[in-house]
Structures are given as C-alpha cells and as structure tokens.
Design a protein around this ligand. Structure first.
Ligand SMILES: [Fe+2]
Length: 272
C-alpha cells in the first residue's frame, strides 16, 4: 500500500508540473493549490493517526487529501477561475482527471471508490445522505482536513493583511458595518452560515467561524483549539455584543466537542 501511495505522490508532483508554458499568475495559483493539497494530505494523515485508524485507512486519508483538489489545475487553465459557480464543480473535475489518468487503478475498485466518494463530497454544503460506512468516515475526515488548512490560510491572511486584498478569500464583497441578520440567526442556531446569507466581508468571517458546526472528529477540535485560528479571525472583527455572543458560542461548542467521548458522531448514520 505504501509503495502505491508513493507512486501517487510521484504522479501528483509530475501532474502539477505537466502544464507547459503558463503565466506567472497561473504559476502562482498552481503553487497555492499544490501546497494546499500537500498540507491537507498531512492534516488527514495526522487526524487519521490520532483517531487510531487502521494503516490502510490512514493511507487512504492521505491519498484523498493529496488528490482532492487535483481538478483545480484544469479548472484554472480552462476557465481562469476557482469559482465553481462560474465554471465547473472542481470535485467532479478532480475525479474525472483521476479516472482519465488511471491514477488509482492499481489500488483496486474498493479503495478508489472510497477516495472518489471523499473527493466528491469535500466541497458540498452537506455530505450526501446516502453515504455510509468507510466512505462516510473518509468524506468526514477530508472535510475536516480541508477546513483546517483553509482556516490556517485565512487566519494568516487576516492577521498579516497590509492593504493588499485577496479577492478569492474575501469574495469581493463590501466590508460591511455589522453582521447580517440572517447570518447571525444561522450561526447562533448552531448552523453553518449559507452562502446566500453572506453579504459582506464581515459575514464571510462569521461564515468561516460557523464551519465549526460542520467538523466531525475530536482531534480536529483539539487541533483547532491549539492553533487559535478562530481567535485570529475574531481579533479582526469589531467587538460588539452580537459578535462577542457568536464567538462565545463557537468557543463553547469547540470545548464541548473536545470533552465529548471520542467519535460519538463517527458511528452515527446521519450527517448532522
Ligand atoms: Fe477543494
């Protein structure tokens, strides 16, 4: 299994460098996605190890992490955007690339189907309700691993920000003076904020805090607590009663999930 995973790492590295002449901007974006994929693979590996999964599942978690965004390269080349709504579902595109390239063929159908299910579900608002067993277990893990890295990148961006806006992170929305009513309602109800309720940059940050309600595994909450990503995002928000209340809710939820028995959620058949 490890040899096969090493072959996939080699394939990934070659694939990232296989696009010939590209612009400096594309090179920069390719580099961002390559590094993100490697960190998500590492996160997935570490979480699966902490969860004491079997060796094969730890390797599958790593693999799904490394390959989950592989469609981003052709998405950018073909559509010049990472916005799925303006182009294609990049998860479906990742699976298409992996099938065409036969990247996972040597793992056999059982393992490649788990990886595909995890990839397919990594960027959706919810995991599809029909997913069960190992596929569900891996879909949940990749979502955690992916969100941890996005939160790392975002919190660093918010903290270091020096007037240079990055519109792929802020969605080109107005800064906003207060949290929108609908975004506040969702987060205070313990739900992820839906995109339709995000109308300002401040709402984007609240939505990112609300991702905590979509996380699955205890080691993810422990990592989140140590990393202080939420503190970093909170530190860039104005301190009014509503924002303090939202932040407190996020903190209490995180602490409770750390105190809960390991994997209470993992074995349930429902998603939420
Ligand atoms: Fe993705």
């Amino acid at each position: 299994m490890k040899d096969l995973v090493n072959n996939s790492i080699n394939w990934f590295n070659n694939y990232c460098n296989s696009f010939g002449t590209i612009s400096d901007q594309q090179q920069l974006n390719f580099g961002i996605k390559t590094e993100h994929s490697k960190r998500v693979a590492e996160n997935a590996f570490n979480l699966a190890t902490k969860l004491q999964w079997q060796e094969e599942d730890i390797q599958i978690a790593f693999l799904a992490g490394l390959l989950h965004d592989v469609g981003r390269f052709s998405q950018l080349l073909e559509y010049n955007t990472f916005n799925d709504e303006q182009s294609v579902d990049h998860a479906a595109l990742s699976i298409k690339v992996l099938r065409e390239e036969k990247t996972l063929e040597s793992f056999g159908d059982g393992i490649s189907e788990i990886v595909f299910a995890a990839i397919q579900n990594h960027n959706k608002f919810n995991i599809v309700s029909t997913l069960k067993g190992r596929e569900l277990m891996h879909a949940r893990l990749i979502r955690d691993a992916d969100k941890l890295d996005i939160l790392k990148v975002l919190s660093e961006y918010y903290i270091k920000r020096n007037g240079q806006a990055n519109h792929t992170l802020t969605w080109e929305l107005p800064k906003g003076l207060s949290v929108s009513h609908d975004a506040a309602r969702e987060v205070l109800a313990g739900k992820m904020v839906s995109k339709k309720n995000v109308v300002s940059e401040m709402d984007v940050k609240i939505m990112q805090l609300s991702w905590v309600f979509d996380l699955n595994y205890k080691p993810t909450f422990e990592f989140l607590s140590k990393s202080r990503y939420f503190e970093a995002i909170y530190s860039t928000l104005p301190k009014n009663d509503l924002i303090i209340e939202i932040y407190r809710k996020i903190k209490v939820y995180t602490e409770n999930r750390i105190l809960q028995k390991q994997d209470a959620k993992m074995y349930s058949t429902s998603n939420q």
